[in-house]
Design a protein around this ligand. Structure first.
Ligand SMILES: [Zn+2]
Length: 261
């Protein structure tokens, strides 16, 4: 199975999975990039995987369904009309015609939205707007507790898992990460390589879960420097538990303006 990157809007990624001339796409917020790719490659679209109901992830799907005979996986609680296979998490799905390579475990990861799903198979996870390179999604429908549970679930995947998130937000997340944890040498080293990519216009997604565990502050609420930063921001020296620290970090990030040089 080959993975292709399609660009949508200003910073969305639509991930394409290819196998034997068949294509499945994750979160087609726009149909045009997918239709263009199908025209160039000659592939046949067989399936759509949706992580959550936001327009920039699903608005291209109705158009694509008009191609006919498309299997559409998506969150059951969002009641998206064209979803043919509503999912709650815990299921194993098979992309039609993909053989064993098209088998994905469905993870329920609420927080950004209440029905948010991730699709995992060994080596890769498609996590939508839950986990980003150096960041995590905003809490539109879920509680910090739910989001922390969801991030913990993703953190427990094998560390060599490639994290295919749905946005290129690294340039926004990097200054925040450095403000929270300036003493993290792995973060400093990663910042150098990420800045090179960003300035050259090279995508920073995907990267490994190992890199996120070492440098993504939202996955590191037990680290002393992260705890002190969260306490400093909130003014509450009693913050201790991972959920408390995570909650303070998420609130800080919501209103964060990077320092002006
Ligand atoms: Zn979203």
């Amino acid at each position: 199975m080959e993975i292709v990157r399609l660009h949508a809007f200003t910073d969305n990624y639509i991930w394409g999975l290819r196998h034997n001339g068949q294509l499945a796409v994750v979160d087609p917020g726009e149909s045009a990039p997918v239709l263009e790719y199908l025209g160039q490659s000659g592939d046949r679209l067989v399936a759509i995987l949706l992580t959550h109901h936001h327009g920039d992830h699903i608005d291209g799907a109705a158009d694509l369904c008009a191609l006919g005979n498309i299997t559409v996986f998506g969150p059951a609680v969002d009641e998206i009309p064209f979803v043919t296979h509503p999912l709650h998490g815990g299921e194993t799905i098979a992309l039609p015609g993909f053989d064993a390579e098209g088998s994905f475990k469905v993870l329920s990861v609420p927080g950004h939205t209440r029905g948010h799903l991730s699709y995992y198979r060994p080596g890769m996870v498609f996590c939508g707007d839950t986990l980003f390179t150096l960041g995590c999604g905003r809490l539109f429908e879920g509680s910090p507790e739910q989001m922390w549970q969801s991030l913990s679930q993703l953190s427990a995947l094998p560390v060599d898992t490639q994290v295919y998130c749905a946005h290129e937000y690294t340039y926004l997340n990097l200054p925040f990460a450095l403000d929270v944890e300036p003493g993290n040498e792995k973060l400093q080293a990663r910042a150098v390589s990420l800045r090179e990519k960003i300035s050259a216009g090279i995508p920073t997604v995907p990267d490994t879960l190992a890199a996120e565990l070492e440098t993504n502050v939202f996955l590191r609420p037990a680290v002393a420097e992260v705890i002190s930063a969260a306490r400093r921001f909130s003014g509450d020296e009693t913050l201790t538990s991972p959920v408390q620290i995570f909650t303070a970090l998420r609130e800080w990030r919501n209103g964060y303006k990077p320092p002006v040089n």
